[in-house]
Design a protein around this ligand. Structure first.
Ligand code: PMV
Length: 339
């Protein structure tokens, strides 16, 4: 039982998890495929304490600590409860966490945050060496942020939807690495057009997804898209991947906008960035856009195009700043701690 600190990255999905068969357990309706990032990271320190309750802190860049909101604390404690039940241990924890990027702005802070929390807690319980990656992914998924199941792994990651057998699925729904980061050096230039928290959580988005008349249609189209993305990954072919990843992102938002009640994640800046990405392609640059449940735009490109893509996006009045990210190797256990 020792203090454990883990830095876990966010991920950006090429094929999105949108809509759940069982939201509480984050059992997805459809398979998803993502790229694990490296610059957008959550860092989390967990320590077992002798207290009768969990302590949850936000770690500030100046070394200080603040109290997070009640909803954040509730979600963290719920995940600690899952991990207590899994390990058969009753102790409580002190937790501190910090993101290197704006939280709750559609930049998958819950994926990196819950992946870091899960791995650090398993470490604090002294169980890292005996817990295989599939089990870590399954445990991260139980946080309720399904995409956290993908953030425990590096490189390119697939999360199958699983079978319809509930018991098997509960055991079996976890993500697997499809290719290591070294397989393909892809970049993600993130145009941040909004840093505030989004008004509708992805949880509510999943809940409402099936109310959209376009939801079933997307599920029909997915096998073809999954096949394209798998082939593009195998061949490291961005011109094959790009159109499908853009189509997928637009469909997620089409479904969100046509859900009952509708959800509008985009801002005017989102449209400006999307137009600019189309212009960049007309100028001969290989760059394609994708968005999660938020207004910010991830522009996927190769290393040669990255400087020009970043420069152009930075020049747009609607873009507050740009984060230059790319495929990464996954979570890291650190020797330094947040407390
Ligand atoms: O993991 P959640 O429940 O926050 O849902 C993630 C949803 C998207 O980010 C929009 C898509 C995805 O697959 O990452």
């Amino acid at each position: 039982m020792s203090k454990t600190t883990v830095s876990a990255p966010a991920n950006i999905a090429f094929i999105k998890y949108w809509g759940a068969r069982d939201l509480a357990r984050a059992l997805p309706m459809n398979p998803s495929i993502s790229m694990t990032l490296k610059a957008c990271v959550s860092r989390c320190t967990v320590e077992v304490t002798g207290a009768d309750h969990d302590e949850v802190w936000l770690s500030e860049p100046d070394g200080g600590f603040t109290h997070p909101g009640a909803d954040f604390v509730r979600r963290v404690v719920e995940q600690l409860d899952h991990l207590r039940a899994w390990s058969g241990r009753g102790e409580h924890f002190r937790v501190a966490t910090r993101n290197t990027f704006p939280s709750s702005a559609g930049l998958a802070s819950s994926a990196s945050g819950f992946s870091a929390l899960t791995l650090a807690t398993v470490g604090a319980l002294g169980k890292t060496a005996t817990t295989p990656p599939a089990e870590l992914s399954r445990l991260a998924r139980r946080s309720g942020s399904g995409s956290a199941a993908r953030s425990v792994l590096g490189g390119y990651v697939g999360w199958p939807a699983g079978t319809l057998d509930e018991a098997a699925e509960e055991e079996g729904s976890y993500a697997v690495q499809l290719a290591p980061a070294s397989h393909w050096d892809l970049r993600d230039v993130i145009a941040v057009v909004e840093t505030g928290a989004k008004t509708v959580s992805s949880r509510d988005g999943h809940r409402r997804a099936a109310t959209s008349p376009y939801y079933e249609r997307r599920l029909e189209l997915l096998p073809g898209r999954l096949d394209v993305v798998r082939r593009a990954l195998a061949a490291a072919d961005l011109t094959l991947l790009g159109p499908t990843l853009e189509e997928e992102a637009i469909d997620l938002h089409l479904i969100a906008m046509s859900s009952h009640p509708p959800i509008f994640y985009w801002s005017p800046g989102t449209l400006e960035v999307l137009r600019t990405v189309r212009e960049l392609r007309q100028e001969g640059l290989a760059a394609w856009a994708t968005m999660d449940a938020g207004a910010n735009v991830h522009v996927i490109c190769d290393p040669a195009a990255e400087p020009a893509v970043a420069e152009r996006l930075e020049s747009l009045p609607a873009v507050g700043f740009v984060i230059r990210d790319g495929v990464g190797d996954g979570p890291v256990y650190e020797t330094g701690h947040l407390f």
